[in-house]
Design a protein around this ligand. Sequence first.
Ligand code: COA
Length: 360
Amino acid sequence: MNRAMIIGTGSALPTRVLDNAELERMVETTDEWITSRTGIKTRRIAGAGEETSKLATAAARRALVMAGITPIELDLILVGTITPDMTMPSCACLVQKELKATRAFAFDLNAACSGFLYALDVADKYIRSDPKLKIMVIGAETLSTRVDWQDRNTCVLFGDGAGACVVTGNHQRHGSDPGEGLGDDAGKDKAEDDQKKETRPGADEDERGYLGAKLYADGNLWELLHLEGAPGRNPDLSRADHNSEPSIKMYGPEVFRHAVRAMADAVDKVLIEQGVSVKQLCLIIPHQANIRIIHSLGEHLALPLEKVYVNVDKYGNTSAATIPIALDEANRQGRLAAGDLLLLCSFGGGFTWGASLIRW
Ligand code: COA
């Protein structure tokens, strides 16, 4: 059966680290409160030259290297984001320009924190109709541009970053050497990736790839988590008027309750639909918003904690980027072997939520 298969992953994070101690000096909060209520210790904040499109491009380059394909081979670039550099052109078009992926058409998709899951599902649909397609799927955000840095209820939660993956049909040959256009460190990256690649026996190619997803939305609840106005550029925290621009508004406890219930439901449904039991799962990568939401989900599924990937402590909530960043980390750490069952699930503004199942 034809289905999308991930053949390379990459991620990119801004260099600036904002820790809880620094936040203590910005708003009335404490490291103890942030850590115990959210699990977040640090987050990354984009600066000049680290716009959403730049982070997305850097993540995409790493994914291309791992996939062993060149930018010119890409047919489509999809970016899940709520913080594009500007309203027009799309972030995806700017990535296409940066990569010189001149054959690819490109568009953004806004599903808030579920943006990557939605985009992966769209990519799978294209690939089922033409398995030769090579698609770059990216989740990228610079949420720091849209946070009210005087609102302690939200500013401690969010961060910036990007994750990407290359997908193609599960029956396509892949893994050729990287070619032109990937930058100076392409060879080094490729060598590192080859070293880390596991040689565990893989499942039958026919069984591998994107098995399916259950995706949902409920616009009735939009007010509980929203962001008005046009997208901005990089933050300048020293600017006196930065609060004049629209920022993220959230009713945290309500969002929390919905997030736990909705993700658990989507996970149950996709597992039932695919005839997979929780015990068969090798790894679950949930949206990284709050460690307590992640733990609640783990408890619901009765999954051992070591099977639940967590990096919210390092990066906070990077919206559409949390899952692809975590996926890239898990992949490079060798936590995924051919044939492993991987579950992704998300929840975000809209509301949007869902779960997808992949046989790696
Ligand atoms: N530092 C210190 N105190 C803070 C604070 C901070 N950064 N943020 C809020 N508080 C205060 C509140 O003002 C409140 O004080 P009060 O009781 O005097 O009114 C108190 O802490 C408790 O607030 P509450 O909102 O009930 O805390 P909580 O345990 O629900 O945790 C969140 C708040 C935001 C961490 C939690 O609700 C959450 O994570 N929600 C989901 C967020 C999310 O995932 N959003 C994105 C989805 S994609």
